[in-house]
Design a binder for this molecule. Structure first.
Ligand SMILES: CCCCCCCC/C=C\CCCCCCCCC/C=C/C(=O)SCCNC(=O)CCNC(=O)[C@H](O)C(C)(C)COP(=O)(O)OP(=O)(O)OC[C@H]1O[C@@H](n2cnc3c(N)ncnc32)[C@H](O)[C@@H]1OP(=O)(O)O
Ligand code: FAD
Length: 558
């Protein structure tokens, strides 16, 4: 859970080579990387810039006389900063640098760069590299810094699958300007399943513990109840169980789309890139945020023992919440999706609704009302309505500011909170839709029934959570919202008997969970005592600090 120093070798270094190095280059590098003869990382972010890639300062200047690129770190803010595995483990890196050829700045490009000697592992001349120090979590990973002092690499170390620099300095452009961002899009495509998995771990611990923990009464005079029988506890945990499933289903779809994109790009078809970028930008933001919230609720649902490291939930939280920042800070990525939504609105206004992609076609279709009692399809129409309403409102605000003479960037900034709201609603619609579709496809009728209960819980919870939008224009009445509330409570109670099976079905072993509270055998109390006794402070009855500090203080006459 604390991460692995070679994680980025597998998660980004190898995928960057696969997607961006030419076949010829990969004959040299890929097998070596796969066999782990060389260890690499993905070095893009700098001390001064992470989000705004166009302002990366590390330069790779082509020297036509030697057919080499000269990598250089012009100032302190240009140091690479954050890459996982860079500090101590890697001897190679895919480095993203601003490429300059014949004095022309050609923007960020990826290069394979050797950092350390393959035998001694010592850093090479011209390279400054090290670890950036402890973090909130992920402390088994050596996130690092890296500087170059006019460090030379062969021309052929520019990753040349999609763009090239010929020996004479002629630049051959890629088929899409952002094709070099593919390693990021890949990780974003995988994040919904990865984060769903973190959420699932925290929920397994909290749900199991909630059936061991007895406290208080529901009906007086009876045995104290398992805390999972409280409606508030169910409300805290069960909607997140639904989300963990929903995120996983959504993630399967984005992973499939990424694989499709890779194949299509190789045939020169880049049409999926904008759609997938928009989709994964929104999804990574919503999923990481809701996962962090869900894990924190799971911790609180374990009361005092949730705060102990024996629960292990704090570590899961620390790792998961990193996802709100890495692979694109969440607000920044929501605004990327917003660009796509605003463009879609502009297309509709221009009478070009027919050109809209399937995920945004609903923006052009108005619905007057819904009959929620007819079932999940009607909820989908309600989600479409709130997303459409907010997308149009935010877009109109932006377009009106533009029309009033504001500069594009200023108008954008003044509309940005509303735009991020639209992006979240659009993404939550997508999550609900994929959840619905995935449940419909389940063949086993008993499994389908339980997952359908979770789906119902999800749509009622989500609609209630976005109620202000639906009430704003009178789309939903207050009696409809009462119906949604009743349904929510109905499904909480209905799911209760299946709650433990739902989390057990994720099949985390005790070794994976590392949680005293989430043990499979439920022997929580004996093991909490054993865990406490094993604390380093309990190795001796009297600590050295007693002689050193306590006694002088207690014996002092002052
Ligand atoms: C097998 C499993 C693998 C994956 C497992 C991951 C799962 C994780 C979960 C658990 C596992 C735990 C194990 C440990 C893993 C830890 C991994 C952590 C690793 C972290 C790595 C990093 O963080 S790497 C650095 C990431 N950095 C960023 O993300 C930077 C964010 N910024 C950007 O991406 C860009 O700068 C930004 C998109 C914001 C803007 O780009 P810019 O060039 O300035 O473009 P802009 O002018 O805004 O837009 C122009 C135009 O281009 C379009 N566009 C932008 N990007 C793309 C793209 N990628 N694809 C397509 N199109 C793109 C943009 O939409 C604009 O279009 P128009 O609106 O003009 O049409
Ligand atoms: C655990 C972890 C692992 C990482 N691993 C890697 C790695 O392997 N390789 C690598 O290269 N990098 C890595 N990073 C770096 C990471 O990708 C960046 O930190 C991330 O992309 C955010 O960029 P930033 O730090 O520049 O944030 P900033 O952009 O400085 O964000 C600060 C604030 O400014 C806001 N902001 C910034 N731009 C805008 C805008 N245009 N509009 C509105 N608000 C804005 C943000 O929303 C945020 O609130 C890692 C980071 C972490 C935490």
């Amino acid at each position: 859970m604390e991460g692995h120093p070679l994680a980025l070798h597998d998660v980004m270094f190898i995928p960057a080579l696969v997607a961006q190095a030419s076949d010829e280059q990969n004959k040299k590098w890929l097998r070596r990387a796969q066999r782990r003869e060389i260890v690499g990382c993905y070095a893009q972010t700098e001390l001064g810039h992470g989000s705004n890639l166009r302002k990366l300062e590390t330069t790779a200047t082509y020297d036509v006389s030697t057919q080499e690129f000269v990598l250089h770190t012009p100032q302190i803010t240009s140091l690479k900063w954050w890459p996982g595995g860079l500090g101590k483990s890697s001897n190679y890196a895919v480095v993203v640098a601003n490429m300059i050829v014949k004095e022309k700045h050609l923007g960020p490009h990826s290069f394979l760069v050797q950092l350390r000697d393959e035998i001694t592992h010592q850093s090479l001349k011209g390279i400054t590299v090290g670890d950036i120090g402890p973090k909130l979590s992920f402390n088994a990973i050596d996130n690092g810094f890296l500087g170059f002092d006019n460090y030379r690499i062969p021309r052929t170390n520019l990753l040349m699958r999609h763009s090239r620099v010929e020996p004479d300095g002629t630049y051959v452009k890629p088929p899409h300007a952002k094709i070099n961002y593919s390693a990021m899009v890949r990780v974003r495509s995988h994040m919904a399943t990865g984060q769903g998995n973190f959420l699932a771990q925290a929920l397994t611990i909290a749900v199991r513990y909630s059936t061991v923990r007895r406290q208080g009464f529901i009906e007086s005079g009876e045995q104290e109840v398992k805390v999972l029988d409280y409606q508030t506890q169910q409300h805290r945990l069960f909607p997140s169980i639904a989300k963990a499933y929903a995120f996983t289903f959504a993630g399967y779809e984005t992973i499939r789309l990424y694989e499709q994109l890779l194949k299509e790009v190789d045939t020169g078809n880049v049409s999926l890139m904008a759609d997938l970028h928009a989709l994964t930008s929104g999804l990574k933001s919503v999923v990481t945020h809701q996962t962090a919230q869900g894990i924190e609720q799971a911790r609180m649902a374990c009361g005092g023992h949730g705060y102990s490291q024996a629960s292990y939930i704090s570590e899961i939280f620390g790792v998961a919440v990193g996802g709100c920042t890495y692979e694109g800070e969440n607000m920044v990525m929501l605004l990327q999706l917003a660009r796509y939504l605003v463009k879609s609105v502009e297309q509709i206004k221009a009478g070009e609704s027919g050109k809209l992609g399937p995920l945004v076609a609903y923006l052009a279709v108005k619905v007057d009302g819904v009959d929620l009692e007819k079932g999940v399809e009607e909820y989908m129409k309600a989600f479409q309505h709130v997303s459409r309403l907010q997308t149009w409102k935010a877009s109109e605000k932006f377009l009106k500011l533009l029309k009033s003479g504001e500069k594009r960037e200023v108008a954008w900034n003044k509309s940005s909170v509303e735009l991020t709201r639209a992006s979240r609603l659009h993404t939550r619609l997508y999550i609900a839709e994929t959840f619905k579709r995935s449940v419909q496809e389940v063949a086993d009728p008993r499994l389908k029934e339980v997952l359908t209960d979770l789906l119902h819980l999800h749509v009622n919870y989500e609609l209630l959570d976005m109620a202000t939008y639906a009430l704003e224009d009178g789309f939903l009445s207050s009696s409809q919202l009462d119906y949604v509330r009743d349904q929510l409570y109905f499904y909480l109670a209905k799911i209760r008997p299946n709650a433990v099976s739902l989390v057990d079905s994720w099949e985390f072993s005790d070794m994976q969970l590392r949680s005293v509270l989430g043990r499979r055998d439920g022997n929580v109390y004996e093991n909490l005592v054993a865990w406490a006794k094993a604390s380093p402070l309990n190795k001796t009855d009297v600590l050295p600090s007693v002689e050193k500090y306590l006694k002088p203080m207690m014996n002092s006459k002052l």
